[in-house]
Design a protein around this ligand. Structure first.
Ligand code: T68
Length: 836
């Protein structure tokens, strides 16, 4: 930290209720005009839409900052334990409307803008969302930040300020095309650059060892490169509370010493190159979900943000006058998957090399600080690093990991005497043609708590990927079922449903989602059912308009909106959904007069740019769509839409319009899922397997209100062990065979019989995710869905009950469990400065 200056103000009055903080329509209008003039340098007649958006955002930000400074003050005075959430990804979504809701001034702002002659929604739609995440994991971090603040828990989120977030997806000729996400191009009114708050991070080089004067063995890391991390803070305000926590994201830069040294000696190129190398670290988000590519830059990213964050926490701790040995009293640090797991070695390095602790003391502090959340059972997603590559980036950490591992394996050997298989499975270092570092093992040794993200997932963790860890330290394991914030996923994205619910049961449910159960009494009320389905219809009409605008496909809002929106992945089985769609199409072709419930199939989701099969699945969806949407025999009873560029903004528009939620992953593969929760909260019925949180959703909504199909996780394993042969399923089911043959023959691709060859062969000869094994059960279940949709009243009842029973899946519940069981932190209510 370069400089520290505090300005003391005697007059607390200025902080309260002036044009920068007031919440009345008048104060807001004044604030917007002020910002337009003094920040944007415009007067209303020449201000652009973006000028207004910025002026409005700064007006909102001022009000957040007032709460933020109050929160910081309160936290520092109280010596409260602080939660530190370490995540390489935060998929926040647009801030403006969410902040208006959490501040409780949405209506006031609507009026203020209207009186100024601009439309609030028009400005809200102007915001470019920060897509600093891939999918579920990043979005979970964002929901948890919202709940931490809402529950008034002192917390700080740490991550990376990627200059380019997740790519933008365009569909051209039916294929996914990626475009860079330059989200910062018009500036970001929601962040505050804290130039003075920066840390140096070493990379590469070698380690010197020597004995110091006191006879102590010391290490000196001589890096090849040093980068600087600069803090950018985004305020995260809780819902109708004064708690405003920070999301602190690090931007990498060159330390200023660099350019000057080389520049002065005339090596201008070197100076410029160094600058570029440093800035590259926080340049772009890796767009892979569920797989880890062993790229140096990704390891550098992970270490970069972890090191800045830990240095920052230690600074905060010491500035409070605390001893370094008590670090774990001040901070509970949660690792969002293994991406930040290098924190365990970095904590050791900081304590040993920079703060002079002995090994035993450093290890005690470290293992009382960290807790680890696992988000996947897919073996290919478990993070490992080639040992040589790892050592070339983090030579000191490699030494430390060897030492951690040595001491740990000594302990293990005594406990499991002679069981080499166990010892090697617990080792942090993997042996093979090339040695590698197992990040999950590092996370498990160094953490005092380990959790999965849904009951089934936590259970399977103990039985499969972390089996030996569970046997070794069962006391560390627990389950924390995921949740989502009802503020963004109901209040913000579905205002009409929110109003309808609140009209009946008041507004308390927004903070206490269990209270939604008070809706159950209206589930059979025909009037309420009518209003409920009317809201659904209106949301479908809105989505239909957007679909027409984006894809040119005209869909019927009265048809069933059958929705699968999520990352494209073979285990999520979008292709199973397509096989059902083709089956319905064939039934109609064979019998054009049949009475079929009209359906609109809506897909959305990004494929990792290097994931060929996922990209092919997108092409399959669009190809089938092109044919089906234009076939007069189908007569508009089937429509297929691929809604491009699925992100938080688009998700908010899609969920409220869903009738049917597709959660059809192979059992045992989806850790939890969170889209399943958001859809159900918005009144969609689920068709799903017994996977992830589906199991718990079905438990609470009732089996009669959930469409279940498919093999269980156990049956899947059993089938594999027996030697699963997809070909027999293909041969023996006529409708399935026809669908697959059509894809193979080029029926959906202008007779091009090569394009889907890999996909088809993979399905009939390998089918790693048992698509064919589940097909029959899936189609039979879909037939039941269609029948159920004919009975409007019964459907409305089920829809109401789904929403009414979703209380458990608020992220407030999840966060409360983390606070009580893992972090041991308490709420600290915040008073506004100057208030008593
Ligand atoms: C998801 N994981 C799980 N990973 O798939 C989902 N991975 O079931 C769960 O609900 C969600 O986490 C929250 O717990 C991911 O989203 C990634 O995005 C990811 C990113 C980089 C590397 C590996």
């Amino acid at each position: 930290v370069e400089e520290k200056e505090t300005v003391k103000s005697e007059n607390k009055e200025v902080l309260i209720q002036d044009a920068r903080t007031g919440l009345t329509v008048e104060a807001l209008k004044k604030a917007i005009l002020n910002n337009l003039f003094y920040v944007q340098g415009k007067y209303p007649e020449i201000a652009t839409r973006n000028d207004y958006y910025m002026a409005l955002s700064f007006a909102v930000r001022d009000r957040l900052l007032q709460r933020w400074t109050s929160s910081v003050k309160q936290y520092l005075e109280g010596k409260n334990r602080v939660v530190s959430y370490l995540s390489a990804e935060y998929l926040l979504g647009p801030h403006l409307a969410n902040n208006l809701i959490n501040l409780g001034i949405y209506k006031e702002m609507e009026q203020a803008t209207q009186e100024l002659g601009v439309n609030l929604q028009w400005l809200i739609d102007k915001e470019v969302e920060p897509g600093l995440g891939n999918g579920g994991l990043g979005r979970l971090a964002a929901c948890y930040m919202d709940s931490l603040a809402t529950l008034e828990v002192p917390a700080i989120g740490y991550g990376i300020r990627y200059q380019f977030g997740i790519f933008e997806q365009d569909i051209r000729d039916g294929w996914q095309v990626e475009d860079t996400d330059n989200w910062l191009r018009r500036g970001n009114p929601w962040e505050i650059a804290r130039r003075e708050l920066n840390y140096e991070v070493k990379l590469g080089g070698y380690v010197q060892h020597y004995m110091d004067r006191d006879g102590r063995y010391r290490s000196n890391w001589m890096p090849e490169l040093t980068v600087k991390g600069v803090a950018y803070d985004t305020p995260i305000l809780g819902y109708k509370v004064n708690t405003c926590n920070a999301l602190r994201l690090w931007k990498s830069e060159a330390p200023k010493s660099f350019d000057f040294q080389s520049f002065n000696s005339g090596d201008y190129n070197h100076a410029v190159n160094q600058k570029i190398i440093c800035e590259n670290i926080s340049k772009v988000l890796y767009p892979n979900d569920e797989t880890i590519s062993g790229k140096i830059l990704r390891l550098q990213q992970q270490y970069f943000f972890v090191s800045c964050s830990l240095q920052d926490m230690i600074g905060i701790h010491l500035r409070q006058g605390e001893k370094i040995e008590d670090f774990n009293v001040t901070f509970a640090v949660q690792l969002n998957d293994t991406h930040p797991a290098i924190a365990i070695a970095e904590m050791m390095r900081l304590l040993l090399d920079e703060h002079d602790l002995e090994w035993v003391d450093a290890w005690r502090v470290t293992t009382r600080t960290f807790a680890y959340t696992n988000h996947t059972l897919l073996p290919e997603a478990l993070e490992t690093w080639d040992l040589e590559l790892f050592g070339s980036v983090l030579p000191r950490h490699l030494e430390l990991i060897y030492e951690i591992n040595k001491r740990f394996l000594d302990e293990v050997t005594i406990k499991v005497y002679g069981d080499h298989q166990k010892i090697s499975s617990l080792s942090i270092i993997g042996e093979g043609p090339r040695k590698f570092i197992k990040m999950a093992n590092l996370a498990c040794v160094g953490s005092f708590a380990i959790n999965g993200v849904a009951a089934l997932h936590s259970d399977l963790l103990k039985k499969t990927v972390l089996k030996d860890w569970y046997a070794y330290s069962p006391e560390k394991f627990s389950n924390k079922t995921n949740g989502v914030t009802p503020r963004r996923w109901m209040v913000l994205s579905n205002p009409k449903l929110t109003a309808l619910i609140s009209e009946k049961i008041g507004e308390n449910w927004i903070k206490h989602l269990d209270e939604l159960k008070n809706l159950e009494q209206y589930a059979d009320d025909p009037e309420f059912q009518k209003s409920w389905m009317q809201v659904k219809l209106e949301m479908k009409q809105e989505l239909a308009k957007r679909i027409l605008g984006k894809t040119g496909v005209k869909v019927d809002p009265e048809s069933m909106f059958d929705i699968q929106v999520k990352r494209i992945h073979e285990y999520k089985r979008q292709h199973l959904n397509v096989l059902h769609l083709i089956t319905l199409y064939n039934r109609l072709k064979q019998n054009p007069k049949m009475d079929m419930v009209p359906r609109t199939f809506i897909f959305a989701g990004k494929a990792a740019p290097g994931y060929k099969m996922a990209k092919l699945i997108i092409k399959l969806i669009t190809s089938v769509g092109d044919l089906v949407n234009n076939d007069p025999d189908v007569n508009h009873r089937l429509k297929v839409v691929f809604y491009p560029n699925y992100n938080v903004t688009n998700a908010q528009r899609i969920y409220p319009a869903a009738d049917l939620s597709e959660q059809i992953s192979t059992a045992g593969k989806e850790a939890s899922g969170t889209g399943n929760m958001k859809l159900s909260m918005n009144g969609a019925l689920t068709i799903g397997t017994l996977d992830g949180a589906n199991v718990e959703i079905r438990e609470v909504v009732g089996e009669e209100n959930f469409f279940l199909f498919g093999l269980t996780a156990e049956e899947v394993t059993q089938k594999r062990n027996e030697g699963y042969d997809p070909y027999t399923y293909y041969k023996s089911n006529k409708e399935l065979k026809l669908a697959i043959d059509q894809i193979a023959s080029g029926y959906f691709s202008h007779l091009d019989d090569k394009i889907f060859k890999d996909l088809v062969n993979n399905l009939i000869y390998h089918d790693p995710f048992l698509v064919l094994a589940d097909y029959e059960s899936y189609v039979a279940c879909q037939d039941k869905v269609s029948e159920a949709f004919r009975d409007k009243a019964a459907w409305a009842r089920m829809s109401i009950l789904n929403t009414a029973r979703m209380g458990k899946f608020s992220s407030d519940r999840s966060i409360r469990e983390y606070c009580d069981d893992i972090w041991k932190v308490k709420s600290v209510p915040v008073h506004l400065n100057g208030d008593s």
